[in-house]
Design a protein around this ligand. Sequence first.
Ligand code: PLP
Length: 287
Amino acid sequence: RWIYMSGEYVKKEDAKVSVFDHGFLYGDGVFEGIRVYDGNVFRLREHLVRLYDSAKSILLHIPYTMEEMEQAVVETVRKNQLRDAYIRLIVSRGVGELCLDPEKCARPEVIIIADQVRLFPQETYEKGLHIVTVPTRRNVPDALNPKIKSLNYLNNILVKIEANRAGVGEALMLNSDGYVAEGSGDNIFIVKRGVLYTPPGYVGALEGITRQAIIDLAHQLQFQVKEEPFTRHDVYVADEVFLTGTAAEVIAVVNVDGREIGDGKPGPITRQLLTEFRRLVRVDGVQ
Ligand code: PLP
């Protein structure tokens, strides 16, 4: 494996960052998770737009143009001879001093890792996930705005820990008003009477690239999609529930807080969207 580190390719074993890197010291940086399917980097431009927006929001200047970054991502996949991969693109504030001030950091560090990933086994896609809602809330403070995909993922990690302790694979965060926001690393959709609902960004959800791909696919399939806030009650009484994300793709949820969703099996609309999504990712991407 070759890891891209600010312009150079370094062997996996040698790919190390300084303990003075503010990404490590303070979680000061941004990142993206991107998939490669059959040699196509899925929606790379959209991921880069989100990355550059996240960086701009925290006043982190990425020292490459978007075209240069696109090239670096494609080249890293090629150099690692991967047809199907998960890419982790990280831009940290870089090496600085033992103080918060980012002005003490000389230059950001850009890292691209291309590796394999499998979040859930195929069986889970067929049977569906059991999830719970957890005490950790998805709030929307300035710097930890969920729209910024920053290296501060402690909130999401707490959700994962709470899911693990409840003995399930994933969990849902509510925001401080009690509206459903998202999972630890994925967006949520519910289906009621043939209509799809997903929380709008302002509720406290990252505007997922997979979420948008599913909204587009659903429109093409003539389904109505509403970006509207909803509560736990709406999830419990939904006909279908599913999660979307770069790692999770489209995965049915069949049980929430011990309550069966629909008939307890992945629903027809979820299954149709997963099939269409898996078709789309093989043709829509940067080679
Ligand atoms: N929500 C959070 C908190 C995430 O970290 C992710 C993963 O990137 C998502 C949702 C899903 O977004 P995407 O479909 O762009 O991967």
